[in-house]
Write a protein that binds this ligand. Structure first.
Ligand code: MN
Length: 278
């Protein structure tokens, strides 16, 4: 029986401009699994050597690739439009000077911040403990509607900042959207009540006092949904029944990882070190 819903879906970890490893990974999977589809967990760009090539390749994949936006992808949009200054470690100049940059950036800002694939919730960084799966998707859609709309540059200008650290259902306007963006694209640690912390980038064994990895909060309302995320290279590969962390530090000399969602087949490509951590 032919069933389109059984097309194999591979989730792919943070690329950060590592086109050589993306090419190796995709070519290897497609050789063995010609009907493979891919879901990228975000941070396609920055720090690595060829962000432009990564965006071009993924865009050219058309319907066989989906992605969620990461903090570096949003940073690219903000830098490209003069809302944020380039960071010292940014490697976005080629992309920003490319003849097709506006096409690529307009395509990028149409992309979601959360999606479902084969029963898995896909986000770049995390979710807050008081959000259900449905609410997470709905809140991500609120941000996407603004990013796709005419006032998207005003939104980007108000997007940066760490407050409010804690979600409330009655948050409105820029505070509401900023809290959603920070959870979906930046969070690593939060308190049992869901207050986010953004200063710590170390692994889960060194939480700030009173904080824990967002996925370890007791009674988190998404705990029955398998969640796939990236963003946390010092966490490394996490393969629990309902928590899948795929940022294995490609740009830091680790690996680029992909996981077939239906059977948890892991595919990895080794990476040369392009950036020293820190
Ligand atoms: Mn990230």
């Amino acid at each position: 029986m032919s069933d389109m819903t059984t097309l194999p879906v591979f989730a792919v970890g943070d690329l950060q401009g590592c086109l050589g490893q993306l090419d190796l990974l995709l070519d290897g999977i497609e050789a063995a699994t010609p009907d493979a589809r891919f879901v990228f967990v975000g941070d396609l760009v920055n720090r690595g050597p060829d962000s432009l090539g990564c965006l071009r390749r993924i865009r050219a994949m058309g319907d066989s690739a989906q992605l969620v936006l990461g903090n570096h992808d949003l940073h690219l949009l903000a830098v490209a439009h003069g809302i944020r200054p380039p960071g010292r470690s940014d490697t976005l100049d080629d992309l920003l000077a490319a003849p097709d940059r506006d096409d690529l950036l307009n395509w990028l800002r149409q992309q979601p911040l959360a999606l479902m694939a084969e029963g898995h919730l896909i986000v770049h960084a995390g979710v807050l403990p008081q959000w259900t799966t449905e609410q997470t998707l709905s809140l991500a859609d609120e941000v996407s509607a603004v990013l796709r709309g005419s006032d998207w540059l005003d939104f980007l200008a108000q997007m940066y900042g760490n407050e409010p650290a804690r979600w409330r259902d009655d948050l409105q306007g820029a505070n509401r959207l900023r809290c959603v963006v920070n959870a979906l694209t930046r969070v690593r640690f939060c308190t049992a009540e869901g207050a986010m912390e953004f200063a710590t980038k170390e692994g889960p064994d060194q939480p700030p006092s009173g904080y824990m990895p967002w996925f370890d909060v007791p009674a988190r309302l998404t705990q029955d949904t398998p969640i796939v995320f990236g963003h946390w290279s010092t966490l490394g590969l996490i393969l629990r029944p309902n928590i899948i962390g795929l940022d294995t530090g490609c740009v830091w000399g680790g690996k680029l990882s992909a996981l077939r969602l239906s059977n948890r087949q892991l595919v990895q490509v080794d990476c040369p070190q392009h950036q020293k951590p820190g």
